[in-house]
Design a protein around this ligand. Structure first.
Ligand code: F6R
Length: 609
């Protein structure tokens, strides 16, 4: 997804901006560019493809600008190309902008600019209109021109603008797309995401919706919609910059898979005290409020949605309250029954997924209480929620989500336990039993991680398969969706997940010697039924990798391969079962020579509908 970096200081803007852009590469992009005011003009350099393409074309430019703006683009309007890459300039490049988001009325503005001002557009993008709009309103004051331009724009945007005549300030504005200003010494930064700034600054201001910010070397001034100055609290970023590096692993994904014991431990530690009480620091929801809910919606996308599937099961089981789970892009269009007695739980790693954010806003407008489960501190979802349950996974760089998922699951269990206890429907004995199971998970995940070699071996053996099916029952069913998504998104193998009991209603027609079935059989109460499903598919020639708890060795008699997870209560198996599936997907993708951390067509943060 698009990334923005801006710098204003004394010198070295080019190097700082390119460095920041590189730190946003994980978001996914198809082109990159930079704009620097040099000698009364703005020099714009941009190139399709990776940032190193941009570096090559600017290598010989002897620019030492004090400020500038840069961008990584992920195409929405207009194909990935040099001209469609940002920054975009006005007619004579005396104004330049970078933009994240979508200008919904750009066609209308384009026609108006062409008709009234004879503007000739260079690109096919929606973003270019912003540069021209600012240009027609510009009379020597960039701030006022940006404010006027924004009045004409509909949609979502984070925009940074510079003017050749004001080579000492950047003006930025946001609506529904993140922006963060970094406070440096003798210099200041602006970016769409914190990692872009981490090398240089730790103190930041989050820019809120409809705010404009002016950055000079010595000042960061934030204005609200009415043009009044805003006093914003400084936020100290405590992430370790090294946390965003690979630390010796081949890929971020495998590094992040290995970070799961730490993430799970951390997420538990932050919320559960030594006596086993769940603390709700920073959560304003009252006991009465919680008792008033008669329904819960869990809404999310992709992997986060899969965490929601498990969440539904555990909240219904432990807190005895009906839960509906929806993919965010569907939720809004089905006129869901939401009112003030509804608890709406949004799950999102990035906290910037537009579909999730839009669903959240819809539920909020109908009076629901919003609780979000989010990894990125200060993200839009977090800020727009009534209460936030952070996952303490640390920055997740690989596009394929792993540690965010397992920590999201932990939050689901803690929310279910808290609700069950508060509502008086969960016996203390049961509460203690589940909590002890949760506390034992990090060590058990560590144990599964020692099976990496076996899973790499299975990946070698089966990586040429064209169709892989994931089947499971009960809690295993939700995990099979996640296993299937992991495999397809990074290895590009066609995979499909289905409740094992549904096989006989159609999908079994696809079982033949070419098919590989990954059968999750970790639920004690459903084990016998899973055995029958495995036999059904092997009878039709399919090869089977069976996953079961330690001690269920008979699975070796019916499946071609057996993978074990440590003994645990059925309720918490998803946190363990998913680990071998993540590792298997990783090694299959590696065998197939795929770009694991940045799979084709995917982006880490999906800020468009
Ligand atoms: C898959 C993956 C995506 C995300 C989805 C939601 O590995 O990462 O399916 O889970 O795009 O993103 P967040 O959690 O940031 O809202």
């Amino acid at each position: 997804m698009c990334g923005i970096v801006g710098f204003v200081g004394e010198s070295h803007a080019k190097e700082r901006i390119v460095d920041g852009l590189k730190r946003l590469e994980y978001r996914g992009y198809d082109s990159a560019g930079i704009a620097l005011p040099i000698g009364g003009k703005i020099q714009i350099r941009k190139h399709v493809g990776e940032i190193r393409n941009l570096e090559q074309i600017i290598a010989d430019d002897n620019f030492d600008a004090p400020m500038g703006i840069g961008h990584t683009r992920w195409a929405t309007h207009g194909a990935p190309s040099d001209v469609n890459a940002h920054p975009h300039g006005n007619q004579d490049d005396s104004i330049a902008i970078v933009h994240n988001g979508i200008i919904e009325n750009y066609q209308e503005i384009r026609e108006w600019l062409a008709r009234e001002y004879g503007v000739q557009f260079k690109s096919e993008t929606d973003s270019e209109v912003i540069a021209h709009l600012i240009s027609i309103y510009y009379d020597g004051d960039l701030l006022s021109a940006v404010n006027k331009a924004v009045e004409d724009m509909r949609g979502a945007y984070a925009v940074c603008a510079i003017a050749a005549d004001e080579p000492d300030r950047i003006v930025a504005v946001r609506k529904d797309a993140p922006l963060v200003a970094g406070i440096g010494r003798g210099c200041n930064f602006i970016a769409s995401d914190i990692p872009a700034l981490l090398k240089y600054v730790r103190e930041v201001y989050f820019i809120e919706n409809n705010e404009t910010v002016v950055l000079t070397r010595d000042d960061i001034t934030i204005y609200n919609e009415k043009g009044n100055r805003v006093n914003r609290e400084v936020f100290h970023v405590s992430w370790d910059a090294d946390a965003a590096e690979k630390e010796g692993y081949d890929h971020f994904m495998i590094k992040e898979i290995h970070e799961q014991p730490k993430g799970i431990r951390e997420t538990l530690l932050r919320r559960v005290d030594e006596e086993g009480r769940i603390n709700l620091d920073g959560i304003a929801m009252t006991r009465e409020g919680l008792e008033s809910f008669n329904k819960v919606y869990i809404v999310a996308c992709g992997t986060a949605y899969h965490a929601g599937l498990v969440g539904k099961s555990v909240i219904e089981r432990l807190a005895k309250i009906p839960v509906e789970v929806d993919v965010a892009s569907e939720f809004r269009y089905r006129d869901p029954f939401v009112d003030e007695n509804t608890l709406f739980i949004a799950i999102s790693q990035s906290g910037e997924t537009l579909d999730t954010l839009a669903a959240l806003r819809e539920a909020k407008a109908k009076g629901a209480r919003i609780l979000s489960v989010v990894n990125v501190v200060g993200s839009s979802v977090a800020r727009e929620s009534d209460d936030v349950f952070y996952t303490w996974a640390g920055p997740e760089i690989a596009v394929a989500s792993t540690k965010a998922y397992t920590t999201q699951l932990i939050c689901m269990y803690l929310i279910a336990l808290y609700m069950g206890q508060t509502k008086g429907v969960l016996l203390q004995k049961e509460y203690d039993r589940i909590l002890n199971e949760l506390r034992a998970l990090p060590e058990k995940v560590e144990k599964i991680l020692t099976q990496e070699e076996q899973l790499a071996f299975l990946a070698k053996k089966y990586h040429h398969k064209e169709h892989v099916f994931f089947i499971g029952r009960g809690l295993d069913c939700g995990v099979s969706y996640e296993g299937s998504l992991k495999l397809k998104e990074i290895s590009y193998i066609h995979s499909f997940a289905i409740a094992a009991g549904e096989l006989k209603h159609g999908t079994i027609a696809l079982m033949d010697p070419d098919a590989l079935v990954v059968a999750l059989a970790t639920q004690d109460s459903l084990y016998e039924k899973m055995v029958s499903n495995i036999v059904e598919v092997t009878a039709r020639g399919a090869r089977v990798i069976g996953l079961a708890k330690d001690g269920r060795n008979e699975i070796e008699q019916i499946a071609d391969e057996a993978v074990y997870i440590p003994e645990c209560a059925d309720e918490v198996t998803p946190v363990l079962t998913v680990i071998p599936l993540q590792i298997f997907a990783y090694y299959v993708a590696k065998e197939r020579g795929c770009n694991i951390d940045k799979p084709k067509n995917l982006a880490k943060s999906v800020t468009v509908e």
